[in-house]
Design a protein around this ligand. Sequence first.
Ligand code: SF4
Length: 378
Amino acid sequence: MKIMYNNTHKMAAISPSNDPWDPIGSLREFGRHVLTSVEMTVTNLCNMRCEHCAVGDSLVMKEPEQIPLSLMLKSLDEVENLRTISITGGEPTFRRQTVDEKIIPLLQYAKERGIRSQINSNLTLDYERYEKLLPYLDVMHISFNYRDETDFHEVGFARSGHSVKPEVAYKMYHKMIENTKRLSEAGMFISAETMINYRTYDKLPEIHQLIVDMGCQRHEVHPMYAADFAEGLPVLSLENMRMAIHSLLDNRNQDLWMLFGTLPFFACNSNEEDAKLLRRLRHEPNVTVRNDPDGRNRVNVNMFTGDVYVTDFATIPAFGNINNGRLDDIFGQWLNGHPLNQKVNCHCDSVGCCGPNLLVADMYYKDIDFKSRKAINL
Ligand code: SF4
């Protein structure tokens, strides 16, 4: 039986005061975590091989058949409180066929249902395949970790397994910039994400300025996750990460919305430097700190197998499959029964925090029991 859509959120514009991906909103509304967001991996193909790629080990040169789109749509339809979908890869637009036969129907579904959509892309391919998404897409999410074409060449092909000529990389870099500018001018909401890592931490203001110049609507900043290709890269100290964020806040353009996510700083930390940074983030205009959606209000579905994961990049095995289960039920089993979730599912409403990202907790707080902590820095 087709469920009745709950469309009450469809008209609210995405803004610093309305981020439908943040699980704190639904946690406050329902008094518990509920599944409001589904991410779908539509390809494992990509034209790049970035040094830090969190799904790098899944990337392939050729891929198998997908589960039927009708099954994916039926599964989405069964999610009672669905508010957002995300489409990810690989590079989701790598094959035009994926754009026409999977991505556009999924975005059309979201539009019809009155929910928000996001796609993760590197925007380095031809403009036409991105232009097609304009009528449907809410957020185009890109990675942007570069000061120039040389950085792009170094970072973007580090794991190619063969050398990529600088001219080839430079051309892609300029294509990405041109696409971002054109799509922004055409009205697409582009959110450029920079990761804080050993390469970027002392260059964030310059990277930020390029994002402003491209006309993006939002700059997202997250720590690098030590997953897949990034597993062997140097882990940035918390001190350097704090310093990097302060320097970005000192030098940013305050007209651009800045969204920080999965930060390793918590209001239950006794460290005065952490408290100072959190206070600053809370009071800066046009700055938001998003709680991690993965496993809180979102799951990832692999569209080749139907397997359901907590994220597209965690090494945590699948805990369900849409061929034989409803997403709400599979999510419920993760939420209430999975031992890993029990480690980080704390909540301090006074500071709008619902616990650390699993990978971030593992990188910086291995022996900390977050469930026994409470916010002390308000
Ligand atoms: S919700 Fe968890 S991580 Fe956040 S402040 Fe409270 S105890 Fe710390």
